[in-house]
Design a protein. Sequence first.
Length: 95
Amino acid sequence: MTLDFGETLPLQRVEILWEFVAKSFAISTSSDGLSWAEVYATDLNGLKKTAVNLGHQSARKLRLTMREVHATHSSCVCACIAERRFFFFAGSSVA
């Protein structure tokens, strides 16, 4: 999943509320959509709510790459997100 915020923003934190938990996933950021930097990755997620601090990295686009579904949802072919939230440096959030 790729999100475009429409302008470059200083990202502070991403919160993901999983409907079907992803065991393995990565978060990448980009200012132009061509060059991506992986800013977080895990192979051991088991949480229904994942919070990732991004340290005020500036980006226009954010990409979530789900690599493997958690074993508790092994019959599902994908991980599903129930809700996502983004927190920007100014303290505002976007759902």
